[in-house]
Design a binder for this molecule. Sequence first.
Ligand SMILES: [Zn+2]
Ligand SMILES: [Zn+2]
Length: 276
Amino acid sequence: MPDPERSGPCTAIVVNGTAYIVDFGAGMVRQAAAARKKGVQGLEAVNLRIAFLTHLHSDHTLGFPDIILTPWVMGRKEPLEVYGPPGTRSMAEHLLKAYDADIKIRTGDLEHSNTTGYKVNVHEIQPGVIYRDRNVSVTAFAVHHGKWRHAYGYRFETPDRNIVISGDASPDGAVLQNCQGCDVLIHEVYTQASFDEVSPEWKKYRLAYHTSSKELAELATKAKPGILILYHRANPGCDQARTAECREAGSEEQLLKEVRQAYSGKVVAGHDLEIY
Ligand SMILES: [Zn+2]
Ligand SMILES: [Zn+2]
């Protein structure tokens, strides 16, 4: 939702100063700059080079042109490496086509932008180990997200912590399998109270596409993460209804209350720019 205090979905795993970005929500490059101001050098715009997409819903990709073009305008020389589901290449190609005039002017006249940093190397991936370097090993796993044929969660293995990100998903055994006592589980969620407020159509949508507080509490009880971070706190159906009661039913306080009712492990509601 267009909330001025919350930018679109985007998570950075920073290992030994290198940033690995997951999802390109609206406002992501500006938020990376805000994190850099807080001292995370790996999130300097020119350092945004390695990135992963969970799926191609617009809320996760509105920042795609931003992460392609802004770091390049700031001086990034390396192409952006993007790992994502089938369809990612076509999206990248269409975006570059849309900005063709911009790229021509910036490289061909007085701005003297370099001729490499706007390029995108797309790696369309299938589930499995899809990336490895001296800092991380990244595994993609398939999750259920309604009609999307390809939606992934990711497991990052780093020297000190294993981190699992659900992406957008209905409750999924793959998250459980990939966490199994992981250090950090970052999972999407909506409140049961807001579910009760929405129309039958929106209930159907939520059940097929997302995870409720109760479902997540059950999953986390089995997965036993060191810490559960709630993210992508969505409120579909209520966002469209725009009533005060419906919004209240999806509040952070309500969410934490519901999760804690059925889950005794450590849990926090994530906010923009928080570091764990
Ligand atoms: Zn989403
Ligand atoms: Zn989605």
